[in-house]
Design a protein around this ligand. Sequence first.
Ligand code: ADP
Length: 301
Amino acid sequence: MAEGQIDVTKEKERETPARDGVAPITTEVRARHGGSGFVPPSETVFGLEDVHVYYGSFLALRGVTLDIGRNEITAFIGPSGCGKSTLIRCLNRMNDLIPGARVEGSIAYHGQDLYGEGVDPVEVRRRIGMVFQKPNPFPKSIYDNVAYGPKVMGLKPRSMGELVEESLRSAALWEEVKDKLKQSALSLSGGQQQRLCIARAIAVSPDVILMDEPCSALDPMSTARIEDLMEKLKQDYTIVIVTHNMQQAARVSDRTAFFTAEAAPGTGDRTGLLVEYDRTDEIFTHPSDKRTEDYVTGRFG
Ligand code: ADP
């Protein structure tokens, strides 16, 4: 591996050979510095530069520039419709699947253009997994839910049983399900299903886990378990979370990006934009923008 590059694939541990025909994603490390007082991530996983996202002719999000740090939890917060989900979906090219969705500007993943020629979106989604608002296990057994991803991706772990166990342990679910791996995943509670979805994401050895409102369908106890889990997971993964819940962002994240929607010059359409991005304690205690302050103090109108 060239100097200045890092191996994010974890393939050494799991012996998951590169798939035929998949363009390698190189992993050059790039550092960037924000404005005065801003402490940049020590290592950047995503570097976004002037990102605009359109749905057809509608500009949903404009001019987003930020760096997302490795082994950090980054929260996207802001009122409904400001483009948080749109942006998180850009980070693993899920928007490719939405007809008419278009991304302008640049998104670098470990220094490489995520939307560049030769980058395979399927490989991107293996490296950059996603957990959704509503737990969405397959109507299969608990075991098969976790084994499914590695199988369809053609990964060859030393032992599938070990990989399933390891993934369920990482998702803090193993002890609850180890005696009923053949039972349907749909028999689990909502909170357990969400941890199963996290195990499913982990099973394909990702580098990043994106979470789009992962707790919004869960009760407070299940939410607390997922939040505890996120804290552990960030030792091994980079996590980006969209949350409506400001307390959750304050509790779990290292950095917070606050977005809002305002009329775009010339069109009158309400378009999402990044207002402020900083360490989470700064955003919640010393926001530098009045709009952030109004939002985090509940005066948003
Ligand atoms: P948030 O996650 O902050 O609630 P979204 O990213 O869901 O915001 O939406 C941002 C804007 O993009 C909204 O105006 C929304 O109506 C629009 N939008 C989201 N998804 C689509 C889509 N698939 N097609 C067209 N417009 C969309």
